[in-house]
Design a protein around this ligand. Structure first.
Ligand code: PMP
Length: 383
């Protein structure tokens, strides 16, 4: 018997990651400018790093309580009131190893074999595998460029999501940069209540919006009890490597997730919890500086694409724009651009239905590199 002969059906069912294949191609090319990665080019704010160092000097190297340090849950509870969310630090918040763990816990706690998980696409690449690992059946719900990749009740209806058990939402969105307003979410909330779905709402880019305030479906009437909200420190606080996130929801939901978490993870990293606590206490200005810089880059990239004649809707959140590939073939464009101009972008089709013919461009990279990358893209487009 070998492990290779004994892969679980769930693992076999998940296809190899398209994004990984593309990064492997990019690694073979020298002098690459990568607009491919989904992580901040900044370091975590200094105060957060100092708090982590200080906690180590004070010998804070033990587990914390399963749900995370009480002070941190209190600070999170206080923080999210700015999005109109009210969660009790005692029993409605759990601190996790990145938002990734929180999403995985929710799949494992609420998805049974055969449950249908509706996933609006193009989508962050982890939801479909996460649903499959839990035994669920992913149902792609294509969204469209003409709707600026927002989710509509019509798109849900067309995909058959009225039969689903769980709906995953991610706004501001990775990979499109789409955001949804409160009114647009109200329409989705109507659909959710009418068809009695549960919602997993990944709001990790809540602080990276460039026009409107963040809107959360959980704040709509009748939605709090059927929604879990995910958030974390990776994006707004540039803390990807510290691996800290959280989930919020009704007590019975957080209890169930904690039941999985306490055996799978025990507790989220302690050093990172100290960094996160300080981030919430004193790093608003640092976040605002990063947000302002992302916005400057976003407008620069959109303007350059416009000059080149590349169609691109105005992405208003996260740090991605999602232009159309000029000849409609995203894979060929991305591969050609990499080979001839050493610029790495991600073909939209790796993000699922609706992504074909588009390119994900991350502007979480320096203005100097972005300028050079835009010149190279222009040269490639005009060939
Ligand atoms: N959700 C989305 C939409 C993301 O883009 C990412 C990171 N790429 C995550 C979750 C994972 O975040 P974390 O680092 O907190 O696990």
């Amino acid at each position: 018997m070998t492990f290779g002969d004994h892969l679980s059906d769930r693992v076999e069912q998940v296809p190899p990651s398209g994004i990984r294949r593309f990064f492997e191609l990019a690694e073979e090319v020298d002098d690459v400018i990568s607009l491919g990665v989904g992580e901040p080019d900044f370091s975590a704010p200094w105060a957060a790093r100092t708090a982590a160092i200080d906690s180590l000097e004070r010998g804070k190297t033990s587990y914390t309580s399963n749900r995370g340090m009480r002070e941190l849950r209190e600070a999170i509870s206080e923080r999210v009131t700015r999005y109109g969310q009210e969660y009790d630090p005692e029993n409605e918040i759990i601190v996790t190893t990145g938002a990734s763990e929180a999403v995985d816990l929710a799949f494992r706690a609420f998805v049974d074999a055969g449950d249908v998980v509706a996933i609006p696409q193009p989508s962050y690449i982890s939801y479909t595998p996460g649903a499959i690992f839990a035994g669920g059946e992913p149902l792609p719900v294509p969204t469209h460029a003409e709707d600026e990749f927002k989710l509509t009740p019509e798109a849900l209806e067309a995909a058959g999501a009225d039969e689903a058990d769980v709906l995953v939402l991610c706004y501001p969105n990775n990979p499109t940069g789409a955001v949804m307003t409160d009114e647009e979410l109200a329409d989705v909330a109507d659909f959710v209540r009418e068809h009695d779905l549960l919602v997993l709402s990944d709001e990790i880019y809540a602080d990276l919006r460039y026009e409107d305030d963040h809107a959360s479906i959980a704040t709509h009437p009748g939605m709090r009890e059927r929604t879990i909200v995910f958030n974390g420190f990776s994006k707004a606080y540039a803390m990807t490597g510290l691996r800290l996130g959280y989930a919020m929801g009704p007590p019975e939901a957080i209890d169930a997730m904690n039941k999985v978490h306490q055996y799978a993870m025990l507790s989220a990293p302690t050093t990172a919890q100290y960094a996160a606590l300080e981030a919430l206490r004193s790093c608003d200005d640092a976040v605002e500086e990063m947000r302002t810089e992302y916005d400057r880059r976003r407008r620069f990239v959109l303007a350059r694409f416009d000059e080149m004649g590349l169609d691109c809707f105005e992405a208003k959140g996260a740090f991605y724009v999602f232009p159309e590939a000029p000849d409609g073939d995203d894979e060929a464009f991305a591969e050609g651009l990499l080979e001839e101009q050493n610029v790495a972008l991600v073909p939209g089709s790796v993000f699922g239905a609706g992504g074909e013919g588009h390119l994900r461009v991350s502007y979480a990279t320096s203005m100097r590199e972005l300028r050079e990358a835009m010149n190279r893209i222009e040269a490639y487009v005009s060939e």
